[in-house]
Each structure stands twice: as structure tokens, then as C-alpha cells.
Ligand binder design. Structure first.
Ligand code: PLP
Length: 483
């Protein structure tokens, strides 16, 4: 039974509408609305509560989530975030602070920001942090602007930034947005920075190198101290892309590896779900001699009173309105305090152990990209499977039928048919074993029925979508289906 709601006609008893209040009639604006969006009447179904509950529960079950299924995309995209941290960020006193509120009234919140900075300095070896950037890429930009400002101030401007070919795409994008020429160094066959190549390209015109360690192949740059020497001898900086800090927390700090500027994605490693693009914090840390260049304001303390400090001598200025995404800081702080130093280290150890377990169990079925022990993630090349007619994209689609989210594929770019698995620290051995057996089963299916892969997944309400068409001409209309 449908109740009809009359729209676009005068409704008896209705006194005013938003449009009336604005002094506009519907007739005035009707001409600007495409005909297909105009309705004479809207039909709302009239249903019992139970039917409504079932409708929404069943809809929610179509949702694929880290709370229900394994996500081999790892901390980079969506590791499991403890619910407690959400509860703490939801505390009314945190959530209802206004950014213009008087500093005297938000001393607790400022203390949290200040203390989080101190804790992250302890974890990374840096001297000071800024939490203004809303994403890793934005922190990279701020970090390179700082490096550029430092060189310029010393009348020593430079034109090159060095980036390994395995780098995340934001690194070269950031460097070129800052006006630098990007010089790419190739990786060795083992997947590490080629240090001999590096020493040939580093010169007096080099501003910095941007590095991820472990790199995007999940490998630890063993010669990081040599790399640091080469750069520092030319008075160039080492920028650490610590978007993903899972494997090293509490084990080794970036300062000891020779890094001068780093960013940590609090929304990746430190407990903020960030699917669909936000909110995030790119925490930017610097060594002592770059402290005065950070974006303002930073939170400082004087006579036990916390305040926003705008007086940094060489600040690059603001990179975002207000003080960044404060509630993300609450979650990060809660996460760190709950784990403590030992707990952070255990996160790192388990994230590495889990990835190594998967690598050992699958390396005879899929080609591991490196013979070296991996850190928090393992990259396979599905070239062999491709030769048998099944692409890595199709393998990823088939995994959905096993209740597993597709992993990252075709990245890093230097690996053919790359399939990257980052299990993270929170997954149990049972879950890892389920993934391993799914991957083995898929590999034998490839040998016996490769045709099948053209149509996978089989178990989802929407099967194969034309991803290119979906991206180029999205059709966002709601369509009524069925009877
Ligand atoms: C995610 C990521 C970035 C970018 O971070 P955003 O918050 O998405 O801007 C940079 N580098 C690496 C290695 C990453 O994993």
C-alpha cells in the first residue's frame, strides 16, 4: 500500500517552505531543473517496523567491511581500528569544541595535542611535530616546502629531488609541485635502492631524497646509513615517507636511520578508519634545525599553560584551516597510550610476522618478488598465472568469492602483474590460513579452468563492472529494481 505525498502543488495546512522563506517560488526555479528530475508526486512505501529493520539489515550485509571480512590491503588502506578509540573521539567534550573557542577553555584538548607531539618525537627521534596537514600527500608538500625554504634561506637553492622507482606516486608529484626536477634511481634486482647509482646522481644541486623504508616492495633498505651519508655529505636532506609506520614502530626510529623530515599518516597506522577518503592527519616531524620552519600554529606550553604559537621564525605558513583534524589526534593518542612502548613494538613485530608467514606459505605457488625476508607486506608477481591466461585483476576478483577483499594490484609499478598483501598485526592465524588456502585453490583453478575467471566474482549482488566506463561516465541515478 502506498501513501501518496503531493509535492509541487500547494499542500493544505503547510504554512511556509524553505523556498518561500527565501522569497522564491517553485515556478521560478523549475525551469533550471532538468525535466527528468521533476516529479508530480512522490510515493513512499508504508511498511511495518520489522520489514524496515530487515530491509536495512540485509542492505548492511551487502556491505563489505573490515569488521566482517579480511582486507589484505592492510594499514595502507584499512587496518582494523579498535572500537575504544572511536568511543573516545566521540566524547562530547572533544567533539563539540569550536575552532575559535578561547584557548583557556580547551586546555585539555591542547594538552592532548602537545603530548601526542612529544610521544611521536619519542617514537621517531624527531624534535617537533605539526598536525595541520590533512593527508600524507599534504604533509609531503609541507615537508618539501620546509626543505626548500631551508636551502633558500641559506642562499643555496637546489633543483633536484631524488626518488627511487619503487616510490609511492605522491612522492614525485609532491617534488614536482614544489618546483623540483625529479631524478629517479632504479632499484637493484633485489628490489633495494641501487646505492652506486645513487652516489652518481647526488650532487650539490640535490635538495633531498624521498624514501620509504621499508620500501613499497616491503623490503628494508639495508644500506640506509650509506644512503644517508651520501646525501648528508652534499648537505641534502632525507625525507621519510612514513605513511605506513606499522613495521617499525618501537623497533627502530627514522632519526637513527638518518632521516631529517618525516610524515606519519595517523589515519593509516594510528587508528582512524579512512575509507572513502577521510578524515586524516599527515603528522609532519622534523629535526631540530628545521623546527622553526613548521607550519603555524603549533601547540606550545609556558608556565603550565598551553597555547597556539604563531611565532616560528621561518615558518612556511599555514597549510590548512585551523589546527588539522583534531579528532584523529584523539584516536592516535588513545591508540598509543593503550598500547604503550611495548605494545607498539608488538604491533610492528606481528605485522611483519604475519606477512612473512603468508610469503613462506605461498612462495611455491606465486612468484615472490624478492628472495629477501619481507617486512609488513609481501609482493608477488602473477606473471606465471598471466601466461596461463589469467590476469592479476581476475585473481583479485575471484578472491571476493572466498570472502576476501581484493588486495592491491599492479603496484608497485616496477613489478609485472604485482599482487601486494599486507595482512597487518590484528589478523589471526586462522584468517591467514583461510587466505592462503584460497590463494592456493585459485592457483589450481587457473591450471584447470582458466575460463571461469572471466566471470568472477560469482557470489556478489553486482558481478563484473566496467570500471573504465564507471569512472569516465558515472551513472549515479537510483533505479527501482524488481516488483
Ligand atoms: C598512503 C600513502 C601516501 C599518501 O597518503 P595520503 O594520506 O593518501 O595522502 C604516501 N606514501 C605512501 C607510501 C602511502 O602509503
Amino acid at each position: 500500500m502506498n501513501r501518496e505525498i503531493i509535492f509541487n502543488k500547494s499542500v493544505p495546512g503547510r504554512k511556509s517552505s524553505f523556498l518561500n522563506e527565501c522569497g522564491v517560488s517553485f515556478e521560478d526555479i523549475k525551469q533550471f531543473i532538468p525535466a527528468r528530475f521533476l516529479r508530480e508526486r512522490l510515493e513512499f512505501p508504508s511498511l511495518g517496523e520489522l520489514d524496515v529493520v530487515r530491509h536495512y539489515i540485509n542492505l548492511s550485509k551487502l556491505n563489505f567491511s573490515v569488521d566482517a571480512n579480511f582486507y589484505p590491503l592492510g594499514s595502507c588502506t584499512m587496518k582494523y581500528n579498535p572500537k575504544l578509540n572511536e568511543d573516545l573521539a566521540g566524547i562530547k567534550e572533544f567533539g563539540s569544541i569550536h575552532p575559535y573557542q578561547d584557548q583557556d577553555l580547551v586546555q585539555g584538548a591542547l594538552k592532548l595535542v602537545y603530548d601526542l607531539g612529544k610521544v611521536l618525537c619519542a617514537v621517531t627521534g624527531m624534535s617537533r611535530f605539526s598536525f595541520q596537514a590533512a593527508a600524507g600527500a599534504q604533509a609531503e608538500l609541507a615537508g618539501l616546502l620546509i626543505i626548500r625554504a631551508y636551502h633558500n634561506l641559506n642562499k643555496n637553492s637546489r633543483s633536484k629531488v631524488i626518488i627511487p622507482d619503487s616510490a609511492h606516486g605522491t612522492n614525485p608529484a609532491t617534488a614536482s609541485m614544489c618546483g623540483y626536477d625529479v631524478v629517479v634511481v632504479k632499484s637493484t634486482p633485489e628490489g633495494l635502492v641501487d646505492v652506486d647509482e645513487l652516489s652518481k646522481v647526488v650532487d650539490d644541486d640535490t635538495a633531498a631524497i624521498m624514501l620509504t623504508n621499508p620500501n613499497t616492495l616491503g623490503l628494508f633498505e639495508e644500506r640506509i646509513l650509506d644512503i644517508s651519508d651520501i646525501l648528508h655529505k652534499k648537505k641534502a636532506f632525507l625525507y621519510y615517507d612514513g605513511a605506513n609506520f606499522n613495521p617499525l614502530m618501537g623497533v627502530v626510529d627514522p632519526f637513527s636511520m638518518g632521516f631529517d623530515v618525516i610524515h606519519l599518516n595517523l589515519h593509516k597506522t594510528f587508528s582512524t578508519p579512512h575509507g572513502s577518503g577521510g578524515p586524516g592527519v599527515g603528522a609532519l616531524g622534523v629535526i631540530d634545525k628545521l623546527k622553526e620552519f613548521l607550519p603555524v600554529p603549533v601547540v606550545d606550553k609556558k608556565n603550565d599553560v598551553y597555547f597556539f604559537n604563531y611565532e616560528l621564525r621561518n615558518t612556511i605558513g599555514r597549510v590548512k584551516a585551523f589546527y588539522g583534524n583534531f579528532l584523529v589526534l584523539v584516536k592516535a593518542y588513545a591508540y598509543i597510550l593503550r598500547l604503550g612502548r611495548q605494545g607498539l613494538k608488538r604491533v610492528a613485530e606481528n605485522s611483519v610476522l604475519n606477512a612473512r608467514y603468508i610469503k613462506e606459505k605461498l612462495k611455491n605457488h606465486y612468484k615472490a618478488v624478492s628472495l629477501k625476508a619481507c617486512m609488513h607486506e609481501v609482493v608477488f608477481s602473477c606473471e606465471h598465472q598471466r601466461d596461463n591466461g589469467v590476469s592479476v585483476l581476475e585473481i583479485a576478483k575471484r578472491l571476493i568469492d572466498f570472502g576476501i577483499h581484493p588486495p592491491t594490484i599492479y603496484f608497485p609499478l616496477i613489478v609485472k602483474e604485482a599482487l601486494m598483501v599486507e595482512p597487518t598485526e590484528t589478523e589471526s592465524k586462522e584468517t591467514l590460513d583461510h587466505f592462503i588456502s584460497a590463494m592456493k585453490e585459485i592457483n589450481s583453478e587457473i591450471q584447470f579452468s582458466p575460463q571461469k575467471f572471466k566471470y568472477a566474482p560469482f557470489t556478489t549482488p553486482v558481478r563484473r563492472v566496467d570500471e573504465t566506463a564507471a569512472a569516465r561516465s558515472p551513472d549515479l541515478r537510483w533505479k527501482k529494481t524488481g516488483g
